[in-house]
Ligand binder design. Structure first.
Ligand code: C5P
Length: 212
């Protein structure tokens, strides 16, 4: 573990790009807290589903989001297609994003590695380091397909591909805080890279920057 103080590292990228795994490993390496911001959107989505709220009814979603306790982060039940889909719908609402923006900023008081879609652009425009993680749609589909196959052996690869693509389109096209590479972010195309090589690249980049 290398301690660089309370720095902020922003990791953004499209669905299934591996940004979560990368962010988590970096947080361990640098001894920093880690937050997967996507989980916050998933918590909102799962609450909306649980309370039978139509996610397209903006007012109902906004009224409900104020009542949610975001410290209750329960990974397991939040990683499924329906939650992903609903998360990308409610993520379009400014009022939802504002509540989560405050949570994300207050989480980072002791430094953080945070991954999401708008971390380098909106949440921490002054982050110490920003990385934008990409991979081709085919490669991201393969990664997600292999991951989900363990839970469901009947899974159809084309459905997985469409889900990823539709979610990316919704995240890129939305008016507020769309998925985008910050101008000063380093883009890392991981299509042909192993996870350890990505970590190695980022760690070396940060160390080199610290020395200069
Ligand atoms: O990262 P993850 O796939 O868990 O995110 C689920 C959804 O939450 C994304 O498709 C996106 O719509 C939304 N999200 C967002 N901004 C973030 C993180 C996630 O809009 N910073």
């Amino acid at each position: 573990m290398t301690n660089l103080g309370n720095i902020i590292i922003a990791i953004d990228g499209p669905a299934a790009s591996g940004k979560g795994t990368i962010a988590k490993k970096l947080s361990e390496y640098f001894g920093l807290p880690y937050l997967d911001s996507g989980l916050l959107y998933r918590i909102v989505a799962s609450e909306v589903i649980k309370h039978n709220i139509d996610p397209t009814k903006k007012r109902l979603v906004i009224d409900h989001v104020k009542k949610i306790n975001f410290d209750r982060i329960d990974n397991g039940s939040l990683r499924n297609d329906n939650v992903s889909h609903v998360a990308s719908i409610i993520a379009q609402y400014k009022e939802v994003r504002d509540v989560l923006l405050r949570y994300q900023r207050s989480f980072a008081l002791n430094g953080v590695v945070m991954d999401g879609r708008d971390i380098g652009t909106v949440i921490f425009p002054n982050a110490d380091y920003k990385f934008y993680i990409t991979a081709t749609l085919e490669e991201r589909t393969n990664r997600r397909f292999m991951e989900l196959l363990e839970q469901n052996s009947e899974l159809n690869r084309n459905i997985v591909k469409n889900d990823i693509n539709n979610r990316d389109q919704r995240d890129i096209m939305r008016k507020i805080a769309p998925l985008a590479k910050a101008d000063d972010a380093i883009e890392v195309d991981t299509t042909f890279m192993k996870i350890d090589d990505v970590i190695d690249f980022i760690v070396k980049y940060i160390h080199k920057d610290k020395k200069s």
